[in-house]
Design a protein around this ligand. Structure first.
Ligand code: NAD
Length: 288
C-alpha cells in the first residue's frame, strides 16, 4: 500500500454537501481528484460549489489565486464510477446515508479498484464493519468521517472497522493530515465519537422547540452564549440537512436505543421537503 505522500489519484463519490468539500480538500493538497455523481446536475452544482469556496478564499486572502488555480487544475468531474475508480489510490464515498446503497457501491468498488486502493466511507453513523463485509478486501476499508463545511472544518474521524488493517488506518490518518485536517482514531461503533453525542443535543433541541420551551433562535443562543458552542444545534441541523439527521436518528434508535427517536417536528419537516439550507428552509429560512 502507498504512503500518504505517494497518493496521486482519488475519487470522491457523491457531489453533494460533503462530497464536493472532500474533493476540494484532496485537490487542494495536490491529489488529482475525480468527483463522481450519477446526477449530472448535482455534479455541476458540486464543482461550482468548489469554485465558489475557492473564490471566497481568495477574497478573504486565505487562498492565493495560484492555489485556487492549482486546485481547480487537479479537479475533474465524471458520471462514470467504473472508469474513474480504476486507477484510484483512494476512494471516498459520500452518497446518502443508506446501508444497502453503500454496501452495493463498495461491492462495485471492490470489483473495479486496484487491489491496494484504500476504500473509505464518509458515513456519519452506519456500521463500517457491515460496509466492509461487501468487499473481498475488507482490511482496506474504513471510515473517513469529515465535517461540514469540509474546506473549513479540521476534524476527520478515522473509523476502524473490525477488519481494518493497522496499515490502512495509519494511511487514512496520514492522508487526513496531508489534507490539512486533525484526525481522531475511533473504533467502529454506531454514531462513532461525534454523531452519537452531537445528535443527542440536536434531537433534544427539537423536542424543546416542539414543547414551546423557546424559539429556535433562543434555543440556539442558549448553547452559543451559555455553553460556548460555535453554532446552535438547530442551525447546525439546517447545515447538515434534516434528511441526513433523520436517517442517522433512525439508525441510532435501532442500534443504540430510544434516546435517538426522531421528534415529530423533524419527520414533518422532512416530509414537507424542508431539509435545511440546501432546500432554502429548515428550522430557519435560508432563502435570503
Ligand atoms: P447529499 O444528499 O448532499 O449528497 C449525496 C449525493 O450523492 C447526491 O448528489 C446524489 O446525487 C449522489 N448519489 C446518490 N446515489 C449515488 C450513486 N449511486 N452514485 C453516485 N452518486 C450518488 O448528502 P451529504 O449530506 O453530502 O451526505 C453524504 C454522506 O456524508 C452521508 O453518508 C452522510 O451521513 C455523510 N455526512 C454528512 C454530513 C453533513 O453535514 N451533511 C456530515 C458528515 C457526514
Amino acid at each position: 500500500m502507498k504512503r500518504a505522500e505517494e497518493i496521486q489519484k482519488a475519487v470522491v463519490l457523491g457531489a453533494g454537501t460533503m462530497g464536493h468539500g472532500i474533493a476540494q480538500a484532496l485537490a487542494q493538497c495536490g491529489v488529482a481528484t475525480t468527483l463522481v455523481d450519477l446526477d449530472a446536475a448535482a455534479l455541476q452544482k458540486g464543482l461550482a460549489a468548489v469554485r465558489k469556496n475557492l473564490d471566497t478564499g481568495v477574497e478573504k486572502q486565505k487562498v492565493t489565486p495560484e492555489q485556487r488555480d492549482a486546485t481547480l487544475a487537479k479537479l475533474a468531474g465524471s458520471g462514470d464510477l467504473e472508469a474513474a475508480s480504476r486507477e484510484a489510490d483512494v476512494v471516498v464515498e459520500a452518497v446518502p446515508e443508506k446501508l444497502d446503497l453503500k454496501r452495493s457501491i463498495f461491492a462495485k468498488l471492490d470489483a473495479t479498484c486496484r487491489a491496494d486502493a484504500l476504500l473509505a466511507t464518509n458515513t456519519s453513523s452506519l456500521s463500517i464493519t457491515r460496509i466492509a463485509e461487501a468487499c473481498k478486501r475488507p482490511e482496506r476499508v474504513l471510515g473517513m468521517h469529515f465535517f461540514n463545511p469540509v474546506h473549513i472544518m479540521k476534524l476527520v474521524e478515522v473509523v476502524r472497522a473490525a477488519q481494518t488493517s493497522p496499515q490502512a488506518a495509519t494511511l487514512a490518518l496520514e492522508l487526513s493530515r496531508r489534507m490539512g485536517k486533525d484526525p481522531i482514531d475511533v473504533k467502529d461503533s454506531p454514531g462513532f465519537a461525534s454523531s452519537r453525542l452531537g445528535l443527542v443535543i440536536g434531537l433534544e433541541a427539537m423536542r424543546m422547540l416542539e414543547q414551546g420551551v423557546a424559539s429556535a433562535e433562543d434555543i440556539d443562543k442558549a448553547m452559543v452564549l451559555g455553553y460556548g458552542f460555535p453554532m446552535g444545534p438547530l442551525k447546525l441541523t439546517d447545515l447538515v440537512g434534516l434528511d441526513v439527521r433523520l436517517s442517522i436518528a433512525e439508525y441510532l434508535t435501532k442500534e443504540v436505543g430510544p434516546n435517538f427517536t426522531p421528534p415529530q417536528v423533524l419527520r414533518d419537516k422532512v416530509a414537507r421537503g424542508e431539509l435545511g439550507k440546501k432546500s432554502g428552509r429548515g428550522f430557519y429560512d435560508w432563502k435570503n
